[in-house]
Design a protein around this ligand. Structure first.
Ligand code: ADP
Ligand SMILES: Cc1cn([C@H]2C[C@H](O)[C@@H](COP(=O)(O)O)O2)c(=O)[nH]c1=O
Length: 224
């Protein structure tokens, strides 16, 4: 049975790498995939991984219709055995519905990859719809880590190095803060709630609206 699978995780947990591996393994066996992305950091029409691999993809922007695109392709004699959709958190809910139609009506497997929640810990609309519709939701095997060593479960946004909790939901950017004033950092829930990024933990800077933290918030290597 064809499936709609949602590979969900934080930023930097290997989603795009896995998407490229699925593409590689299937195409090596003669299967034909259609790859989609939206607003990849590397640019329009690209699916890129931090490991350096990149491939061309169809840019599924606002108003793009996945089902219509696939029907047109198949009607013109094209072949598609599976679909990959990266940065799926940015999709509109209707576009996720179209992906479900691709599975159910066209009999094609769809593998969607995306972050579940935004920098305010709220579900992205595309991810919410995927959680609602997916046949399976898969967590990535290589877990991203918070600076404290715990599993990173949340995405923090920083502006000029300081964690923020207000702003537009979508701002394309990268972890490590190397892409200008907006950066991202993955944190465990505890430190996301306390707005304690690696830099803040190093300097002992706390947001004014969070409670003082105890010794267990010190980096593992400096804890007594
Ligand atoms: N220099 C590196 N050496 C080994 N692995 C790396 C390196 N840089 C990044 N990675 C791996 O790549 C992962 C990020 O992969 P990527 O597919 O870009 O993530 P995502 O799409 O989830 O944001 C990191 O979690 C890490 O495991
Ligand atoms: C948390 C969060 C992230 N984004 C953006 C930043 C990146 O461009 C992508 C995630 O890409 P990745 O391959 O999973 O690293 O999403 C955003 O726009 N808003 C957010 O709240």
């Amino acid at each position: 049975m064809p499936e709609l699978v949602f590979f969900a995780g934080t930023m930097d947990c290997g989603k795009s790498t896995l998407a490229l591996q699925i593409q590689h393994n299937r195409s090596a066996r003669g299967l034909s995939g259609m790859i989609f992305t939206r607003d990849d950091r590397a640019g329009k029409g690209l699916l890129s991984s931090r490991l350096g691999l990149v491939t061309e993809a169809v840019e599924a922007g606002e108003g793009f219709d996945f089902h219509a695109h696939l029907v047109k392709h198949l009607t013109a004699g094209g072949r598609t055995d599976y679909v990959i959709a990266d940065e799926a958190q940015f999709l509109a809910p209707e576009q996720v519905d179209q992906l479900a139609c691709v599975v159910d009506d066209l009999g094609i497997d769809v593998f969607a990859f995306g972050i579940t929640t935004d920098f305010r810990t709220r579900l992205f609309p595309g991810s919410q719809r995927l959680v609602e519709l997916a046949d399976r939701i898969e967590s990535l095997q290589v877990e991203a880590l918070c600076w404290c060593g715990a599993r990173a479960t949340h995405n923090a946004r920083t502006v000029d190095g300081r964690m923020v909790v207000e702003g537009a939901q979508v701002v394309v950017g990268d972890v490590g803060g190397a892409t200008g004033e907006v950066g991202y950092e993955v944190l465990c829930r505890r430190h996301h709630r306390r707005r304690l990024t690696a830099a803040a933990a190093r300097t002992g800077t706390l947001s004014p609206d969070v409670l003082p933290v105890d010794d267990t918030d010190a980096p593992a290597f400096s804890r007594s």
